[in-house]
Design a protein around this ligand. Structure first.
Ligand code: G3P
Length: 231
């Protein structure tokens, strides 16, 4: 499963892109609005450079004509931009038009398999289902996302994108269900790093190694040799 970062913060992408695990990013009007003094266009462009993969930018109008116009404008920011369109009849029509103009669409705010079927038929590249927001209203996001994956079938063109990820287990569940992508806030990506045995294991290895100072000498010598050899 590919990992995208879900943020409007260039600084957060800079930090986490360095890990080498990101394949893309998603923004939305709320995430971009959080970034004080940041120009949304510049943010989206910079995030495209940092992740070097698909970056979703969302239209905000509620009618086909303006959605399509905003979609073209957003797509013009960078070749890696994917236009995010909210689900609905206007959104479906706008998706069909944008896709027929060669612009990839990520349909967002999809909360059921029925909506996902319509989304796929409109030609969207991504179907974004919000796990956290489903759980917020006591609807089991695992069963909804599972139903979407099953309904779209194994030969689907539209990729199932798990969004509104609130904790590491949402990402694990999405992967086990067969989602192609999960878009994850920076905070949750950092939580995914943590495990007490990893931390204690590193401490033990370091303590045991430093208990033999001659080994440190040896390794430094080895590094110098290999560095000299590679020059
Ligand atoms: O970017 C879409 C989605 O991931 C936002 O979810 O519920 O955290 O606002 P939420």
């Amino acid at each position: 499963m590919k990992l995208f970062i879900d943020t409007g913060s260039v600084a957060e992408v800079e930090e986490i892109a360095a890990w080498g695990v990101l394949s893309g990013a998603t923004t939305n009007p709320s995430l971009l609005a959080k970034e004080q003094d940041a120009d949304p266009g510049e943010s989206i462009r910079r995030i495209c450079e940092l992740v070097d993969g698909p970056v979703s930018g969302e239209v905000v109008s509620d009618n086909v004509r303006d959605m399509v116009a905003e979609g073209h404008a957003l797509a013009g920011l960078d070749d890696r931009v994917v236009v995010k369109v909210p689900f609905g009849s206007e959104g479906l029509a706008a998706t069909r038009e944008l896709v027929s103009n060669g612009i990839p669409v990520n349909m967002t705010l999809v909360f059921s398999a029925a909506q996902a079927l319509l989304t796929a038929e409109a030609g969207a590249s991504y179907v974004s289902c919000f796990m956290g927001r489903l759980d917020d209203i006591s609807i089991d996001s695992e069963s909804v996302v599972g139903e979407i994956v099953d309904a779209l079938g194994p030969d689907r063109d539209a990729q199932v994108l798990a969004a509104s990820i609130r904790h590491p287990m949402h990402a694990v569940i999405a992967a086990k269900l067969g989602c192609e992508v999960a878009t994850i806030p920076g905070k949750v990506l950092k939580q995914m790093l943590g495990h007490p045995l990893t931390e204690s294991g590193i401490t033990r290895f370091t303590d045991d190694w430093t208990s033999r100072p001659e080994f440190g000498e040896w390794l430094r010598g080895l590094v110098e040799q290999s560095t000299a050899a590679s020059r």
